[in-house]
Write a protein that binds this ligand. Structure first.
Ligand code: AMP
Ligand code: MG
Length: 416
């Protein structure tokens, strides 16, 4: 417990450390085609079996030549052509040059390319107007990726550009960690499916669709357990069914201390709660534990109980569930970079919890400005839909005045 936290609340970094200490990352792998590897986590490191590019080649359209031939007023004879995919297959002699296009292999004997704009061509000769430096305009074999080098470490999550890079190495299949199976449950008597017409006091279940969409970004298999009433027997049955199929169960609602909040009690009978109160705003009631008491290999039955307020659900998913899931999935990742910026207006804040206010970072007349959403209520989901960053206010901090420095973390694809 750090001295800035409210009593009984676990500081967020301690909550994350506790989850990472409890969780054992997945080790089972499978082989997938390169095209199917997007967003998957590499199960083994990748080394390059070839040089990329494979040969020295031209960075310009121009003429390949021997730099030593470039006397003042030099005239060189064009003895052939090297096109991308069609190399010139002889060596250059003294005074020779070869017409060459971008990407074409540098012929034997040539060590420099002069760009075509810097020569005057007459029939089969060129006059150099501006001499290149020795070695200029040549892309070296292996300068992108050299043979036998480490390209990607185990634990990298594959991006679209990574797929291109692996294709450039001729890699057709990759070893990735198996997809996690993640079950999603929402709880609450007031929640209705989107097909219903709402009666007084009823609301649509928005947390489950949000979580399912957020989880899709992680390339996990999602098991939609639907919406469960505030009934301990039904919640226990749903959690038991979910645990039988899933590595991870995420629920929303019912983790607080209200009269109809049963998730925590059910959890306690089915499994073990590691912690359930975090010094985070929004989202203080957040349960982490394991549902499967017989969990021998630590791979199954992790439980994340998220608070029901829609913004709290999203914030606790981003700040707590995402790091834990990414770690469990075998991923090596770093926290997003943050910017220190002066906030445009006053922010309400009480010491005791790290606050993740929803903000907008804009560039106006060349100046970066950050503002917080005017309504920071944990029930106002539009505040996060319209935001593009978190304004992270440290636990010990009190109210913030306009002009004070705040930490800003821009959303990336995992956050929106
Ligand atoms: P709870 O955490 O169950 O006390 O719920 C807190 C607030 O979040 C209440 O106003 C609930 O109606 C609302 N809520 C709970 N679950 C959902 C959900 N799945 N979708 C939208 N709002 C919800
Ligand atoms: Mg509820």
């Amino acid at each position: 417990m750090d001295c800035n936290s409210q009593p009984g609340l676990l500081p967020i970094d301690q909550a994350i450390s506790a989850m990472l200490a409890a969780i054992v990352p997945i080790t089972t792998t499978e082989i997938v085609s390169l095209a199917d590897s997007l967003d998957r986590v590499l199960g083994q490191a990748i080394y390059s079996a070839i040089n990329v590019p494979g040969h020295d080649n031209s960075a310009m359209d121009g003429y390949a030549l021997r730099h030593q031939d470039l006397t003042p007023e030099a005239t060189l004879n064009i003895v052939g052509t090297s096109l991308a995919g069609h190399p010139f297959n002889a060596a250059l002699n003294r005074g020779d040059c070869v017409r060459i296009m971008t990407g074409a292999v540098i012929p034997a004997g040539a060590d420099t390319v002069v760009m075509q704009e810097n020569v005057i061509r007459q029939a089969n000769t060129i006059h150099i107007q501006k001499a290149p430096l020795c070695g200029e305009n040549i892309r070296r074999a292996g300068e992108d990726i050299a043979i036998n080098t480490l390209v990607f470490e185990q634990g990298r999550r594959i991006t679209p550009v990574d797929i291109g890079l692996l294709a450039s190495l001729g890699i057709q299949k990759v070893t990735v960690f198996k997809r996690l199976k993640v079950a999603v449950i929402s709880t609450g008597d007031e929640l209705k499916p989107l097909t219903n017409t709402l009666q007084v006091g009823e609301i649509y279940d928005s947390n489950r669709p949000t979580l399912i969409a957020l989880l899709a970004r992680l390339a996990v298999d999602i098991i939609d357990m639907g919406c469960i009433a505030d009934d301990p027997t039904k919640i226990a049955a749903a959690l038991t069914t979910a645990t039988a199929q899933a590595d991870v169960v995420i629920s929303t609602g019912g983790v607080s201390v209200g009269d109809a909040d049963y998730t925590k009690d059910v959890m306690q009978t089915l499994g073990k709660i590691n912690f359930w109160k975090v010094a985070i705003k929004p989202g203080k009631p957040f349960a982490f534990g394991v549902l499967n008491k017989q969990n021998s290999d630590n791979a199954k039955g992790w439980f994340f109980g998220l608070p029901g307020n829609p913004v709290s659900t999203v914030v606790t998913y981003h700040q707590l569930v995402l790091p834990a899931l990414r770690y469990l999935a075998g991923e090596i990742f770093e926290a997003l970079p943050s910017l220190n910026m002066n906030v445009q207006h006053n922010l309400k804040k009480q010491p005791g919890r790290t606050d993740y206010q929803r903000g907008q970072l804009i560039t106006h007349n060349g100046e970066n400005l950050v503002t917080a959403a005017s309504n920071q209520s944990s029930g106002v989901l539009s505040s996060i839909a319209y935001a593009n960053c978190y304004i992270v206010l440290e636990s010990e901090r009190g109210k913030v005045n306009a002009g004070e420095e705040v930490k800003v973390v821009l959303f990336d694809k995992f956050l929106q």
